[in-house]
Design a binder for this molecule. Structure first.
Ligand SMILES: [Zn+2]
Ligand SMILES: [Zn+2]
Length: 262
């Protein structure tokens, strides 16, 4: 087994460790490096890097700080997805960095997150909201600052001690250890990493040999006009640059044709 270090204060290693064992990686958490210094969900610290660059930076730091060959970086983003304004969307990227070859594999997963910021007007509403998302922790802004990682008991405590009174705003704590829905998406990203790790280049046998470019223009089945459907899938090896170019053998359905179905 190869040791792969993930710097996290939010227990991300535990989410992915059993999965990544399957590809021979022994995931070890390093809690000493504060990845929050690179930006936080509540924007107390602004994020400056793109999610991919942030994940890569975290993975590289993990290898240098711990003097290991493999490092893992994880970065999540919340916001606009395919149902912008209706559903809160989470995108996760995992980076596996190999310091020996100086190569990185990026794996992805995304999905909806049902928990949202809500205005709480009564005890009954508080119970309803917290029970519909068991395991989720919350944040509340107090005059003294933001209280984070709150369980339902913590919130009751704040109410009993008159530190919080109705109505108040309840915000989900999206940190990985406090957001169960996000944990599932991180696990899916780990599954994508496994798929990529196992996809070996036929020439050099290095990983991550997956389709990384598509070309549109598949001809319409009826009139032959090029559509926006994919006509070629291209896979280029990150290491030796061997390229596989696979033409799509079918024709596009008329429904995608600008001439037949304008
Ligand atoms: Zn057509
Ligand atoms: Zn190759």
């Amino acid at each position: 087994m190869n040791k792969a270090v993930i710097c996290t204060k939010h227990k991300k290693g535990a989410l992915i460790a059993s999965r990544l064992k399957r590809i021979g990686l022994d995931v070890v958490e390093d809690t000493s490096f504060d990845t929050d210094s690179m930006g936080t969900f509540d924007m107390e610290i602004a994020r400056t890097l793109s999610p991919i660059d942030a994940a890569q930076h975290k993975a590289k730091v993990a290898t240098t700080v711990n003097n290991t060959q493999f490092g893992i970086g994880s970065e999540g983003t919340f916001g606009q997805g395919p149902y912008a304004g209706i559903v809160n969307w989470c995108e996760e990227v995992l980076c596996l960095y190999d310091a020996e070859s100086d190569h990185a594999i990026y794996a992805f997963a995304q999905g909806p997150i049902s928990v949202n910021t809500v205005n709480i007007n009564s005890a009954a509403q508080l119970i309803e909201i917290t029970q519909s998302s068991l395991g989720q922790r919350w944040m509340i802004t107090l005059p003294s600052g933001v209280e984070k990682g709150l369980s339902i008991n913590d919130i009751h405590h704040l109410i009993e001690r008159a530190r919080v009174s109705f109505p108040f705003t309840l915000m989900p704590d999206y940190r990985a250890c406090y957001c169960t829905e996000r944990q599932e998406i991180i696990k899916q990203a780990a599954d994508d990493l496994i798929k990529r790790f196992n996809a070996k280049c036929p020439t050099c046998n290095k990983p991550n040999f997956v389709v990384n470019k598509t070309v549109e223009g598949l001809p319409c089945e009826y009139c032959g006009f090029p559509t926006h459907q994919v006509k070629r899938r291209i896979t280029t090896c990150d290491y030796c640059h061997y390229q596989r170019d696979e033409p799509v053998s079918t024709l596009a359905s008329q429904q995608y044709c600008q001439l037949c179905n304008p």
